[in-house]
Design a protein around this ligand. Structure first.
Ligand code: CAA
Length: 380
């Protein structure tokens, strides 16, 4: 695999990096101190075509490859993992399910609005009693004339309360597990649908995470995605690609923590010399750099397979598993390099540490990634 980016991919990287440094950096305090959703940032990202990078031009997107999209999440997350996850969820699991599984009418109606950033997308799979065991969800959808009536609730929904459309999973055949799950496009103002509790989180403070509540919500039959019973496969297939996005987000956090630690290790002097010249710190930096490089290879390899149209669920899970652990470990070590200062809000490494942890949890915990990887190994 050629790990050199093409000129087009390099241009994307440069453009997103400059954008993130110039536009997102001044907004960090607002997100951290007031948990403000970065709406003005998303508006600017829409103008630059970042909200629909891998979406075909025919549907209003930038029609670039998946790797370019992964580069964008990586670069955004170096500055703000909050903005990284908003884009990842919006694209991978908020827009792509319609592009890949929607009818022509559904694609025409929703994808251009999502790809241009006029609409924000979200994904409603997790429930209070069904996290890792996604097939155990309890939300029901019962057909009633020209609509499905949805009842139930969802939790931990990224972009909850801010999204215009939600890809919602519900069972149309209770008691039949994965085979009975169907997927629906639910618009934010659907009667009987409301946004639930907003979570107070450890990190990603500018990102909205809420519940969703369905009380006899009437979703038009034309908003069924695929056929009845296709929902679980739609969720899993899109999570395969979503997980590469979370790996890229992890990579961005790890690199940001590492770069901060290197700069500090060069500047901070103890015992008469820079702490980076002392082996205890130098070896930490060497370990951190090696983990980042390994995470980068796994992440871009998975993206490259996706671009080639090769099934890459296992590689996506490996990338997410490894990169998310690397982000946590690198961020912890970055705090350690900074010592007491690292534990304060004066420096960004404590934020990287808080933001990294959820990468091992959402879009499938590390334990679920091991399950996906091992299942595939044993089925060969
Ligand atoms: N692509 C296509 N189809 C797939 C698939 C994939 N990657 N994985 C499984 N399937 C199909 C299987 O082939 C099977 O179909 P058949 O019966 O026709 O063979 C069907 O789906 C059921 O598969 P399993 O028997 O493997 O299902 P399972 O119940 O054992 O669950 C699991 C598998 C891997 C544990 C799955 O439940 C899972 O991934 N759980 C974690 C859920 C998750 O990631 N949640 C994240 C929520 S979204 C989020 O976090 C977004 C956010 O806001 C940030």
């Amino acid at each position: 695999m050629n790990l050199r980016f093409t000129d087009e991919q390099e241009m994307m990287r440069k453009m997103v990096r400059e954008f993130a440094e110039k536009e997102i950096t001044p907004f960090i305090t607002q997100m951290e101190e007031h948990e403000t959703f970065p709406r003005p940032i998303l508006e600017k990202m829409s103008e630059l075509g970042i909200m629909g990078i891998p979406i075909p031009e025919q549907y209003g997107g930038s029609e670039m490859d998946f790797t370019s999209y992964i580069i964008a999440i990586h670069e955004l997350s170096k500055v703000s993992a909050t903005v990284g996850v908003i884009l990842s969820v919006h694209t991978s699991v908020g827009t792509n399910p319609i592009l890949y599984f929607g009818t022509d009418e559904q694609k025409q109606k929703y994808v251009p609005k999502l790809a241009t950033g006029l609409f924000l997308g979200a994904f409603g799979l997790t429930e209070p009693g069904a996290g890792s065991d996604a097939a155990g969800l309890k939300t029901t959808a019962v057909k009633d004339g020209d609509a499905y009536i949805l009842n139930g609730s969802k939790v931990f929904i990224t972009n909850g309360g801010e999204a215009d459309t939600y890809i919602v999973f519900a069972t149309t055949a209770p008691g039949t597990g994965a085979k009975g799950i169907s997927a629906f496009i639910v618009e934010k103002d659907t009667p009987g649908f409301k946004v639930g509790k907003k979570e107070k989180k450890m990190g990603l403070l500018g990102s909205n995470t809420t519940g969703l509540v369905f009380e006899d919500a009437r979703v038009p039959v034309e908003n069924l995605l695929g056929q009845e019973g296709d929902g679980f496969k739609i969720a899993m297939a899109n999570l395969d690609f979503g997980r590469i996005g979370i790996a890229a987000q992890s990579l961005g956090i790890a690199e940001a923590a590492f770069e901060a630690a290197v700069a500090y290790a060069k500047e901070r002097k103890q015992f008469g010399k820079a702490i980076g010249l002392q082996q205890g710190v130098a070896f930490k930096l060497a370990e951190m750099a090696t983990k980042i490089e390994a995470a980068k290879l796994l992440t871009y390899r998975a993206a490259n397979l996706k671009d080639k149209g090769i099934r890459c669920g296992q590689e996506a899970s490996m990338a997410k598993l490894y990169a998310s652990r690397a982000a946590v470990e690198v961020a912890i070590e970055a705090v350690q390099v900074f010592g007491g200062y690292g534990y304060t809000k004066e420096y960004p490494v404590e934020r990287f540490f808080r933001d990294a942890k959820v990468c091992e949890i959402y879009e499938g915990t590390s334990e679920i990634q091991r399950l996906v990887i091992s299942k595939q190994l044993l089925s060969n």
